[in-house]
Design a protein. Structure first.
Length: 154
């Protein structure tokens, strides 16, 4: 049996990878498709934790590419469930690039992804309510709610 609600902190995810030469684009930086895969994985982990079971990607709503990520950098994708509907979960993934030799860390990308929880038959199922416990979490919740009300998908 699922709980009625879960705090935002319950489902936070973090995925870190070393950018290797086979992951580069023609300019010698991390290929966007590789980054999208990492974003989808980090978002999926947050969604699975919140839903307590299987989920599917419904929408990759927006991805902001702020700056390139070089080969040899550590890339960390942090996923947070910021808003939930009946069956959907709105997740923000922030991407950071770290230069290993200096420890310099830069916020390079942000993505917004929507997942839907599914049951054993592949049908959408209800997810627990989301509880924002801190002022930062409340701000994220309100921003995601506003984004959703602005005509965005579920």
């Amino acid at each position: 049996m699922q709980p009625e609600s879960r705090p935002m902190s319950y489902s936070r995810s973090e995925l870190t990878k070393l950018v290797m030469p086979h992951m580069q684009n023609v300019l010698g930086n991390l290929f966007g498709g590789e980054l999208m895969s990492m974003v989808d994985q980090a978002a999926a982990v947050a969604a699975i934790r919140h839903a307590g079971g299987p989920v599917v990607t419904a929408v990759i709503d927006r991805v902001e590419f702020r700056e390139p990520i070089p080969i040899g950098a550590l890339v960390t994708c942090t996923g947070t469930v910021d808003f939930v509907g009946n069956t959907s979960m709105h997740i923000t993934v922030e991407v950071y690039s770290e230069k290993v030799s200096t420890g310099e860390r830069r916020h390079t990308n942000t993505a917004h992804v929507i997942f839907v929880a599914i049951d054993a038959d592949g049908k959408p199922m209800r997810v627990p309510r989301l509880v924002a416990e801190t002022p930062e979490e409340q701000a994220r919740y309100e921003a995601a709610e506003k984004h959703r009300a602005g005509g965005r998908r579920p």
